[in-house]
Write a protein that binds this ligand. Structure first.
Ligand code: MTE
Length: 335
């Protein structure tokens, strides 16, 4: 997804959404579930139950075993046991990757092995009761773990199906205890140009940043993957922890996260900054909204190159459509 830098006058008028319209918070707050963000106290289980989702349970905090890895595979969640498509071969999913820190092409799997993933500290900060820094494996041990088979759709119109294992992002949010004033979660990747040659390409806005609203982050689908294919996740897929939001284009699924910051400001994301006329904050899969340079009506399945129709929200509408019901039509340009 290289960015073609268009000059201002080349942006079609329809894409030049005024910022005020784009981010009309009042309208958002009237949009069903998002109203819950304004509640005086933010209880993640309460939010989940209101939406008819199972509440997340935090495991009791056991004795610290810093450095030990958590052993995969995790039990497969029945409701995500299959994704209506054949699982993509592991060899394919681990050799065709986007990880710009290691190069702006797909064959970065060898280069990514330079990333040091142990020790790995994760910071939870911003608008939270108490900021904390945790070892990634300790964090994982505290949270409910499972395996989920998810469809994954890249904005470049290729797709795969992967058994990811990890924990619900909602569980991490519950552990962080955000204040009721927090509206977004901003996520940040490591910044180590000595290990990641792509980060020496100064024209990209490193480090890689992504963001979700609190409502999105506590949706049942939002998942932190620490494993794939029954093992710890490999470096090229975002070890030791990466986001998976299967209803959004793949670029939202930020890899190798070091920091979760709770904030009342919408985060400026890596691709939004790099190519604002092509990539937006919402990035919900939508076959009816073409990318400025290609159609999103169909996608190519990695492995057999079969072309299949793309589904709105990548077929996960029953979980997430309610989150966006009140968005003005103009924002659909960025879905
Ligand atoms: N996260 C970081 N830190 N850097 C990246 O370049 N690329 C994104 C996303 N997460 C990216 C990232 C994009 S564009 C996609 S499509 C997915 O990772 C690809 O995930 P995969 O390589 O596991 O298929």
């Amino acid at each position: 997804m290289k960015v073609v830098r268009r000059r201002g006058w080349e942006v079609p008028e329809a894409q030049a959404t005024p910022e005020a319209l784009f981010w009309d918070r009042r309208r958002l707050l009237t949009a069903g579930g998002l109203a819950a963000v304004a509640a005086p106290s933010l209880s993640v289980p309460a939010l989940a139950q209101r939406r008819g989702q199972p509440a997340v349970a935090l495991a009791p905090i056991g004795p610290a075993q810093t450095g030990d890895q958590v052993v995969h595979p995790f039990p497969r969640a029945e409701r995500f046991a299959e994704a209506g498509r054949a699982v993509t071969a592991e060899e394919v999913a681990t050799t065709y990757n986007n990880f710009y820190e290691f190069g702006s092409h797909k064959q970065i799997s060898r280069a990514a092995q330079r990333l040091t993933t142990q020790p790995w500290q994760v910071r939870l900060d911003g608008m939270v009761e108490t900021p904390m820094t945790l070892d990634a494996a300790d964090l994982e041990r505290r949270l409910p773990r499972e395996e989920r088979v998810y469809r994954f759709r890249c904005v470049e119109a290729w797709a795969m199906t992967v058994p990811f294992s990890g924990y619900p992002l909602a569980a991490l949010v519950a552990l962080a205890k955000p204040l009721s004033s927090a509206k977004y979660v901003r996520m940040e990747t490591f910044q180590r140009p000595e290990e990641a040659p792509g980060q020496r390409q100064f024209w990209y806005p490193w480090p890689y940043i992504e963001g979700l609203t609190i409502e999105e982050a506590t949706n049942e689908l939002a998942f932190i993957a620490t494993g794939a294919y029954g093992k710890s996740i490999v470096k090229q897929m975002g070890a030791p922890l990466r986001l998976v939001t299967p209803w959004k284009y793949g670029f939202k699924s930020i890899k190798s996260i070091v920091r979760f910051t709770f904030t009342d400001q919408r985060p400026k994301t890596f691709w939004e900054v790099s190519g604002p006329s092509e990539y937006g904050f919402w990035a919900n899969v939508n076959p009816e909204v073409p990318h400025p340079r290609w159609s999103q009506a169909s996608e190519r399945l990695l492995g057999n190159d079969e072309r299949v129709p793309t589904q709105v929200y990548n077929g996960y509408g029953e979980w997430v459509a309610g989150l966006y019901r009140g968005l003005p039509a103009s924002e659909r340009l960025f879905m």
